[in-house]
Design a protein around this ligand. Sequence first.
Ligand code: ZN
Length: 164
Amino acid sequence: MPLRVNVRLLKTQGTRFVGELAPEEATGEFHDELVRLAGPVRYDVEVERQADELRLQGRLEFLLECGCSRCLKLFPMEVRVEDLAALVPLSGDEAPALDGDIADLTPFLREDTLLALPTNPLCSPDCRGLAAQASSRDSRLPERPGSEQVPKGSPWGALDQLKL
Ligand SMILES: [Zn+2]
């Protein structure tokens, strides 16, 4: 469900909204081959009404299914945004469209959701990727005579050679 608030009823001391955005509501037109939402985006936000703006503060939580950008393995990733904060002007170009007194704040949650998505997801911080897997397969092949150097594609081997 989109996050809709009644602007007229909001008070300066803040009103808490807890709910879930379906994946398509939470990420809109966003499409990435390596990152997709595996479930809804759960939000827990407090909305304060100031003179001519709303202040949003709270948390987001969601589960992603990612493809590792190095080895393409699929893996789940849990994302928590603990410091969601947004200012929503109630007039001007940035103001949300009002339906009577109701403002749809979903786009402001979407912004923070998209910011929290990984740009180059890795299955583990030291994933060595497809190239490393390929070269370890290669190293099992019979070696050609006179090629007993460091296996190709190993950055550590190259470093060791540099130190000599
Ligand atoms: Zn990987």
